[in-house]
Design a protein around this ligand. Structure first.
Ligand SMILES: C[S@@+](CC[C@H](N)C(=O)[O-])C[C@H]1O[C@@H](n2cnc3c(N)ncnc32)[C@H](O)[C@@H]1O
Length: 311
């Protein structure tokens, strides 16, 4: 079996902002390779609940759980079900929660998981190894729905042209592999000056759609924030503008800085009068040049943190 590894992004910054305390109960909502989890467990004599929807991540984490007896609890599931997953274990309050969103290198670098347009593999992209695969999606949805997915989740300007060529091609032969799909996209979209592979945005879009990522993030933020004890912090690392927009808006709203509503907009009257959270990061924290050089995934990372205030 090929060995993969995941270099955590902004780990030290995220763990410092989480501010874990001895005897506290924390959540790592995106366990992945356990890089954040280990650092949290080392930072304080706390208990950590760690969720991941990928059964491989949970299985790999068993060794880490054994190294911290009774302190690390691994839970397989989606972050949109935090209340249910932790509630079933009798956990109803948290002293902090962290999310390091997106895919891990274990997932993206393993051709068998079907996320990569660089190396050929089955067109899968399911983090949780269940539900509708990317192949099922591109082979069945309507052309207009496909174009909408590429535009909304990939911000792909050529969405209509790409969707048309995918639908034309699948009439002859269904898509089965990542290289096959990437080839069709590259035949429609020419590379621009940025040097970014023309398939990048479409692959991001399909991954987000297959895993219903944005809806999960929205639900996860609300549930984790609702479980925080006074002084508890919510720390989130995002990797592209669609994720960061959700986090930014959620934080703005929770801290009483509702985005968008003008002074004369009656919807302001409905806003929570006394904010329950304060922002810890005004502008998001980014990775420094040294980290980006070591790990290109860090380039687009943005970290935001907020803290639950006393009632
Ligand atoms: C960027 S990696 C986390 C890496 C981790 N912080 C570390 O240090 O190794 C993201 C992980 O979150 C998981 N994940 C992403 N979205 C999820 C969701 N909606 N529900 C549960 N797990 C999710 C992925 O399966 C992946 O393993």
């Amino acid at each position: 079996m090929t060995e993969f590894s995941h270099i955590p992004v902004l780990r030290d910054e995220a763990v410092a902002l989480l501010n874990a305390r001895d005897e506290g109960i924390y959540l790592d909502g995106t366990f992945g390779g356990g890089g954040y989890a280990r650092a949290i467990l080392d930072a304080a004599r706390c208990t950590l609940w760690a969720i991941d929807r990928d059964p491989d991540a949970i299985a790999r984490g068993a060794a880490l759980a054994a190294a911290y007896p009774g302190r690390l609890h691994l839970v397989e599931g989606r972050i949109s079900k935090i209340l249910q997953l932790l509630g079933a274990a009798g956990v109803h309050e948290l002293h902090g929660a962290v999310f390091d969103l997106g895919v891990s290198s274990y997932q993206i670098d393993d051709p068998a998981r079907g996320f990569s347009f660089r190396v050929d593999g089955p067109l899968d992209m399911r983090m949780g190894k269940n539900g509708i695969s990317a192949a099922m999606l591109v082979n069945t949805v309507s052309e207009s729905e496909l174009a909408d997915i590429l535009f909304a989740f990939g911000e792909e300007k050529a969405s209509r042209r790409i969707a048309k060529s995918i639908v034309d091609r699948r009439r002859e032969k269904k898509f089965e592999t990542t290289a096959d799909l990437a080839g069709v996209i590259r035949s429609v979209v020419r590379p621009d000056k940025s040097g970014i592979d023309p398939a990048t945005r479409s692959f991001q879009a399909l991954r987000i759609a297959v895993n219903e990522e944005l809806a999960d993030i929205q639900a996860a933020l609300a549930q984790a924030a609702g479980m925080l004890a006074p002084g508890g912090r919510l720390v989130v690392v995002s990797f592209h503008s669609l994720e960061d927009r959700i986090v930014k808006r959620f934080f703005a709203h929770a801290s009483g800085r509702g985005v968008g509503a003008s002074r004369h907009d009656p919807s302001r009257l409905l806003e929570v009068e006394k904010p329950k959270f304060k922002l810890i990061t005004g502008s998001p924290v980014s990775a420094g040049a040294a980290e980006v050089q070591k790990n290109p995934r860090a380039r687009s990372a943005k970290l935001r943190a907020m803290e639950r205030m006393a009632a």
